[in-house]
Design a protein around this ligand. Structure first.
Ligand code: SF4
Length: 92
């Protein structure tokens, strides 16, 4: 796609765990299948904010995970699509 400027792996998406609500817009929009929806493991839940624990209890700890982050081409579609503004792109 024409607006993907980077070669794969130069930039990777970083998901803010205190913002992600597992709505999966990033899963739907990423042309390179970087994201998958999953359940956050209990050992990764420590240190998160109180409201994150409340949301986790309500939605079963569904969150998005960048399971193929190395395929990211930095098009920015996931950043725009996320309703919780939970994704930023970071140079690897
Ligand atoms: S920036 Fe583009 S290629 Fe990278 S994870 Fe987001 S949607 Fe996928």
């Amino acid at each position: 796609m024409s607006n993907c400027l980077q070669t794969p792996g130069v930039v990777k998406p970083v998901i803010d765990r205190d913002r992600c609500d597992g709505k999966a817009d990033c899963v739907d929009v990423c042309p390179y299948n970087v994201f998958e929806l999953g359940i956050m493991p209990p050992e990764q839940r420590t240190g998160l904010g109180f409201m994150t624990h409340v949301r986790g209890a309500l939605n079963g700890w569904k969150q998005s995970f960048a399971v193929r982050a190395e395929a990211c081409r930095a098009c920015g579609l996931c950043v725009s699509a996320c309703p919780e503004k939970a994704i930023r792109l970071q140079r690897d």
